[in-house]
Design a protein around this ligand. Structure first.
Ligand SMILES: [Zn+2]
Length: 145
């Protein structure tokens, strides 16, 4: 199975650790991305055309989890979290190019008291002279965000 990360996907169902919407509460912080329900091992397709600009690590204490960043032609960085990359930094990708495989993020948070539903976290960032600006991925359109 393969999915393009896009607004038509179902959001992560609310679970013990929160909700998947942009702006959802995360304790003292705010969720600055959208979580889309996704089964581990699903192939993840880029939501945009662009270039792979980073293969990152969401957690400094567990380097098995990864994210893929694709920067589009307008300079917006699209980050797909909990995605084991199959591309390299500098690769050009088209929309719907496979960029990786969904990881089992639920496993990290699986305790007796709390469970998390598997998902891909998608965030859209523009780097400015004042730092990072986050956009709601559902309001984003290439070129007019
Ligand atoms: Zn998230």
């Amino acid at each position: 199975m393969a999915v393009v990360i896009a607004a038509i996907l179902k959001k992560r169902q609310p679970d013990d650790l929160g909700r998947g919407e942009y702006g959802a509460s995360r304790g003292s912080r705010i969720h600055r991305g959208i979580d889309y329900a996704c089964t581990p091992e699903t192939e993840i397709l880029s939501p945009v055309a662009g270039k792979v600009t980073k293969l990152g690590y969401p957690y400094s204490d567990d380097l098995s989890f990864r994210y893929v960043e694709v920067t589009d032609l307008f300079g917006f960085a699209h980050r797909l979290f909990y995605c084991l990359p199959c591309v390299g930094v500098g690769d050009d990708v088209a929309r719907s190019t496979v960029v990786g495989v969904a990881q089992d993020i639920a496993k990290r948070y699986d305790t007796e008291l709390k469970k998390m539903n598997n998902h891909i976290h998608y965030e859209v960032i523009k780097y400015t002279s004042n730092g990072k600006v986050y956009y709601d991925p559902e309001n984003y359109r290439s070129g007019d965000a």
